[in-house]
Design a protein around this ligand. Structure first.
Ligand code: GRF
Length: 180
């Protein structure tokens, strides 16, 4: 059975959807104090928090120790670099709240993405699950979900519409990858 680690920085709603969909998580790793810790506790999942400085190597050691097969970045804001990217090539995936390659790259995360999308009066947005490599948000795309946002009156509304799609897309992709 595949052992999955989830990396988070925020509320952890995407991570919670994995749990709700019956996907067993080996551990949850955070780079700051965040809501995901409570979800980990409630679900009896091992939780680790590392400071951001040097986090890639600390995460790498933990993955090795626990023999992790798949790493899911679900709202994780630190940038991974160094040997973890080579050793876990095609084993680290990320969910991004836009239709990549649009609205991706360094600094494009969370509400910033939706604000840009709103400013540009886009009619469609969505979310993307992709492999993680050295370039921010530029690894191979695995799957996307699209959503019509022509009725959206604010960036917040777009965020809500996209997040609902994320909750469908991420469990679907993770299930597919671990069944392979
Ligand atoms: C999501 O929009 C995700 O795409 C982005 O950060 C947000 C995290 O939300 N990378 P949550 O912590 O899963 O609720």
């Amino acid at each position: 059975m595949s052992k999955i680690a989830v990396l988070v920085s925020g509320g952890g709603s995407n991570m919670q959807q994995l749990i709700k969909n019956g996907i067993k998580l080996d551990c949850i790793i955070a780079d700051r104090k965040c809501g995901a810790e409570k979800i980990a506790k409630e679900n009896n999942i091992d939780f680790f928090q590392f400071e951001r400085k040097g986090i890639s190597d600390k995460v790498f050691e933990l993955l090795e120790k626990r023999k992790i097969d798949l790493v899911v970045l679900a709202g994780f804001l630190s940038i991974l670099d160094g040997k973890i990217l080579q050793k876990y090539k095609n084993k680290i995936i990320n969910i991004h709240p836009s239709l990549l390659p649009k609205y991706g790259g360094f600094g494009m995360h969370g509400m910033r993405v939706h604000q840009e999308v709103f400013k540009n009066s886009e009619k469609e947005s969505g979310c993307t699950v992709h492999y993680v490599n050295e370039e921010v948000d530029a690894g191979a795309i695995i799957e996307q979900e699209r959503v019509n946002i022509s009725s959206a009156k604010s960036a917040e509304e777009i965020q809500k519409m996209v997040l609902e799609k994320e909750w469908i897309l991420l469990p679907r992709v993770v299930k597919k990858l671990i069944e392979k």
